[in-house]
Design a protein. Structure first.
Length: 74
């Protein structure tokens, strides 16, 4: 019985039941998926940074209303 790696992957590609996938196709799919993940990571980090900056602007003192507290003198 051949090892699992030789049974499903041969020099001509990935052997599935009905068809074979070429190694170049697998490489292209893997490369595209990694590039998409890198782009999504960059977009997510930029969105989180801008969200943090917006929350800082919200809680800055010059934008908040002035509250009149009564003086408690004893």
């Amino acid at each position: 019985m051949p090892p699992v790696n030789q049974q499903f992957f041969s020099p001509t590609g990935l052997n599935l039941i009905a068809f074979t996938i070429a190694p170049s196709c697998l490489l292209q799919v893997g490369t595209v998926s990694i590039l998409m993940l890198l782009i999504a990571q960059k977009a997510t980090s930029e969105a989180l940074v801008s969200l943090g900056e917006a929350s800082e602007e919200l809680f800055r003192g010059d934008r908040l209303p002035m509250l009149n507290f009564p003086d408690h003198q004893e």
